[in-house]
Design a protein around this ligand. Structure first.
Ligand SMILES: [Cu+2]
Length: 375
């Protein structure tokens, strides 16, 4: 009799430990199951421009597949802020490049097309891939060439990809916009902090881009006939580590005003944020991260109820928030200078009914009624 209660407590503690996400999964050193990638079903994923994600299932419906993706390199001049035109190097014409979505142990088969009208050699390094510089070594294409390679997405999470043609060309291409992200979902979908399945109603891909547009003696932004012509100045400019612009999705106000994102009260929204070059820290004004997968790793239990969260340079991070209140929310880099003086800011317009219980203005601004008691 006297042993019954301690025994029950012990059983209860052991049971709750087993439910913990960190104790219910395999070691990272467990070999991924083998599939013959040469004989798997192929599906094509249509790329779309950020902040939109391609069509995808949150839970895998079958055994691993080979997901075919095509990226067209586009070198072009882009107006990143009013009157500021700079050469951008892009995957599929956007900064950032398109988000790819697969499931863990799927294969990504990427075709990289470098049109003859481009001027530079490019390639792609996937942080989600294993070996050969993330694929960079086997994807080098000169103008007029295309290349196809395949990698297994062995790790679940959100990961950056970027062009990495070697040496100083790596930062030059990355700060010229040549980066993006891939989301590798667990096959059985995302799990909350208790290890229970959690789904998102919508997802947005937001990338912070630091630009280092060179200026002349008068402080005016310089323009060049080609990317290569601007590179000597760009090297000087970026070596100061002082960005001229810090923007979301490539352009000033890409995600504000009439470009604001939208959601509804009650919806769970997944925000995937990447920064390919520089550290940043995200914050949703008026909201939180209910769940945040720190470092972008989906096999770790998400942290809960964060006010701000770190995105280390060269990574992507996913945060999930359920909107409980309507209105305009601001999603920003909480270095407030980088957000509001440089432009690293987005807005989310949330529709729904106001909840007075969560917040209520008790008295509108009025003439002062309360006098300080004189000392
Ligand atoms: Cu490149």
């Amino acid at each position: 009799m006297s042993y019954t209660i301690p025994l029950l407590i012990l059983v209860s503690v052991l049971t709750s430990c087993n439910l913990s996400p960190n104790n219910s999964k395999e070691s990272v050193f467990t070999e991924a199951p083998f599939f013959d990638a040469d004989n798997l079903t192929h599906i094509k994923q249509e790329m779309v421009s950020p902040p939109t994600l391609p069509k995808h299932e949150q839970v895998a419906e079958s055994d691993p597949v080979v997901v075919e993706v095509t990226f067209f390199v586009e070198e072009k001049e882009m107006e990143i802020a009013p009157g500021v035109k700079t050469w951008v190097l892009t995957f599929n014409g956007t900064v950032p490049g398109p988000m790819i979505v697969v499931h863990q142990n799927d294969y990504v088969q990427l075709t990289l097309v470098n049109a003859a009208t481009n001027s530079m050699v490019h390639n792609i390094d996937f942080h989600a891939a294993t070996g050969a510089m993330g694929g960079g070594d086997i994807s080098i294409v000169a103008p007029g060439q295309q290349v196809t390679f395949r990698f297994k997405a062995t790790k679940a999470g959100v990961f950056v990809y970027h062009c990495a043609p070697g040496g100083i060309m790596v930062p030059l291409h990355v700060v010229s916009g040549m980066n993006g992200a891939i989301m590798v979902l667990p096959r059985d979908g995302l799990k909350d902090e208790l290890g229970n399945p959690v789904r998102y109603d919508k997802a947005f891909y937001i990338a912070e881009q630091d630009y280092y547009v060179p200026t002349d003696q008068n402080g005016n932004y310089k323009q060049y006939a080609s990317p290569a012509e601007g590179f000597p100045d760009l090297i000087t400019s970026m070596k100061k580590l002082l960005p001229s612009h810090i923007l979301f999705n490539g352009k000033l106000n890409a995600l504000t005003g009439s470009n604001a994102l939208d959601a509804k009260v009650g919806e769970k929204v997944l925000f995937i944020t990447s920064q390919a070059n520089r550290d940043t820290r995200m914050h949703l004004i008026g909201g939180h991260a209910d769940l945040v997968w720190l470092g972008g790793s989906f096999n770790d239990a998400p942290a809960t109820n964060y006010e701000s969260w770190s995105v280390v340079g060269g990574s992507a991070v996913a945060a999930l928030y359920q909107f409980r209140q309507p209105g305009i929310y601001t999603y920003l880099n909480h270095n407030l200078i980088e957000a509001l003086a440089f432009g690293a800011v987005a807005q989310i317009k949330v529709e729904g009914d106001w909840n007075d219980n969560l917040m209520k203005q008790i008295k509108a601004p009025e003439p002062i009624q309360l006098m300080k008691t004189p000392k």
